[in-house]
Design a protein around this ligand. Structure first.
Ligand code: DON
Length: 553
């Protein structure tokens, strides 16, 4: 009888479960509906997932200007139908003239220059990254992938409620730069939702890129204009920096969790190693038996997070410049020790976990999209300008915003950056080095076949959002949309605070406080875009915290 009741209850829960978008032959999940539609059109016309990822990336540079970009950088995790996996690193690099103390004033104090204005920008990688991806893993002619974005920029598109609000909300920073003020704020006559937003300067730049390829951006007219604008405004990026920018193709990190294979982001992302270490710590604790959202499950996960973020502060940086001790961080004996240090009943004070200091900061100004085609190819892309609208400076005559990725370095090792992150020597500024990232595009395989693909923006919260959605799907058996929707939380060691979304009940919070946590209520954490492969279906799950959409065919 009890069993029947339980089954009935399970059926009722399933009936109320949030439904993903289902399709058989291709799925695109992005943060913005025009970009989603463009990705789907590429798949429908025979393009593969990488083709669609490139077209979506250019489209978001037009329709999601806070994070979509050609003036920034990011990562693309790819798995081809034949099983090859690769990680395309088109992260920005420090300009050649960058130096360790470039953001300190005469008194040795960190200035705002790493976050706003021309000096905050690293050498953009997006355009060369997309060209590399399209040439090596795509199947369609380049121009065909860029043209939809050219058209969107030239003709304009109706601004959503969210984007219009975001532009207006960013007026303080954007209005400091005349080009940004003119293009994004219409010189103070703010755009309203529903109004058409056209970007003719950007359309011309994209049109040149469509015709001439990445060469235009790095060596041609665009490069020339960008370098000139930099020079006029005290920026560091030169023609030589642009010419020399190189995409790096890396081996993804892989690991195992409960029989699933995890394929994820290597350095200069700090995300993949975090996911693998935290899953390792969790496996074997039995945390899942307490159930999703229970104080006990949150406790074990938060303790794993706290321990990883202590390591992150100390040991992570661009592995091309510093020796990241990956084997030690993922050593089973070390993981066992970490697990053993968790008190099942009580929060461990962060002061007892490690040295170094982080401070919390939420924002959602990066973007992630996930694409799967009918042949079995997958592309998961997280790319960014770093902060919302990046440096807020728009390259004169070119119509695109410049990143402020230099702030992901430790502008002053030992002192907080924009996210309040206090980071160490491994992430100090050096010419041509890539700043440490938290971006974590990830693929989960079951029996060697794709099962779940996901990623998120959110600075340091990215790593934990990705972890939580994976655990929701793997350990708590949620369908992909529920796994994405489920309330999130975040612990990053220091400050010693557990951030929790509103979805957690006051009783759960009280139980955690009793265990010794300081809980802080936060707004939305992360913007996950996920696809699950289930029974021959592709299930697309956009994040209801956003205006994101999923479309399939
Ligand atoms: O690479 C990183 O970790 C950051 N630049 C990501 C920034 C981000 O996610 C901002 N949005 N929340």
């Amino acid at each position: 009888m009890r069993r029947i009741l339980l089954l009935l209850l399970a059926a009722a829960i399933a009936a109320f479960a949030a439904q993903p978008v289902r399709a058989r032959h291709g799925m695109v999940v992005t943060r913005e509906r025009h970009a989603t539609a463009i990705g789907l059109a590429v798949l429908q016309s025979g393009g593969n997932a990488v083709d669609a990822a490139v077209a979506v990336g250019f489209a978001l540079a037009v329709t999601h200007p806070t994070a979509g970009n050609i003036g920034g950088g990011g990562f693309m995790l790819v798995r081809m139908a034949d099983g090859r996996t690769t990680f395309l690193d088109f992260r920005e690099r420090a300009p050649g003239a960058a130096s360790r103390n470039m953001y300190l004033d005469a008194a040795g104090k960190a200035t705002e220059d790493s976050t706003i204005g021309y000096r905050a920008a690293g050498v953009p990688g997006t355009v060369r990254g997309f060209e590399y991806a399209a040439k090596k893993y795509g199947s369609k002619p380049w121009a065909e992938l860029v043209r939809p974005a050219v058209e969107l920029a030239a003709k304009g598109f109706p601004l959503s409620y969210g984007t219009a609000g975001s532009l207006r909300g960013s007026a303080r920073g954007l209005s400091r730069f005349p080009e940004s003020n003119r293009i994004f704020l219409r010189d103070g006559k703010y755009y309203e939702p529903g109004e058409t937003f056209a970007q003719p300067d950007l359309a011309r730049t994209l049109e040149r890129i469509a015709r001439l390829g990445a060469k235009d951006f790095y060596e041609g007219e665009t490069a020339r204009l960008l370098a000139q604008d930099m020079k006029e405004h005290g920026g560091l990026i030169t023609l030589a920096d642009l010419r020399n920018y190189a995409v790096v193709e890396r081996q993804p990190l892989t690991g195992a969790y409960r029989g699933y294979t995890i394929v994820t982001a290597p350095p200069p992302s700090s995300g993949g190693v975090g996911i693998l270490q935290m899953l390792g710590v969790l496996e074997g604790t039995g945390f899942e038996k307490a159930g999703a959202g229970s104080a006990t499950a949150v406790h074990y996960m938060a303790e794993a997070m706290r321990r990883y973020f202590a390591d992150r502060a100390e040991h992570l940086g661009d592995a091309d410049f510093v020796k990241v001790p990956l084997p030690s961080l993922l050593d089973p004996a070390y993981i066992l020790r970490l697990r053993g240090s968790i008190d099942p009943e009580r929060a461990t004070a962060s002061s007892q976990v490690h040295a170094g200091v982080f401070a919390a900061h939420e924002s959602a100004e990066t973007t992630h999209y996930t694409i799967a085609d009918g042949q079995g190819n997958i592309a998961a892309v997280t790319y960014t300008l770093n902060g919302g609208y990046g440096s807020r400076a728009t390259a004169a005559g070119l119509g695109f915003l410049l990143n402020n990725e230099m702030d992901d370095f430790a502008p002053k090792p030992g002192e907080a950056n924009m996210y309040g992150l206090i980071q160490g020597e491994f992430n100090a500024i050096q010419p041509n080095k890539r700043p440490l990232s938290s971006m974590t595009p990830t693929i989960v395989l079951r029996e060697g076949k794709p099962w779940l693909v996901l990623g998120s923006p959110g600075g340091p919260t990215i790593i934990n959002s990705v972890l939580e959605v994976m655990v929701n799907a793997i350990d708590f058996g949620m369908n992909v949309q529920d796994a994405v929707n489920w309330p999130r939380f975040h612990h990053q060691w220091l400050p010693d605070v557990l951030n929790m979304e509103a979805g957690y009940s006051p009783d759960t919070v009280a139980l955690l406080e009793k265990r010794g946590y300081t809980v802080k209520r936060v707004g939305a954490q992360g913007e996950v875009a996920a696809i699950r492969f289930h029974d021959g279906w592709l299930e697309g799950a956009p994040d209801p915290r956003t205006e994101g959409t999923a479309e399939g065919h």
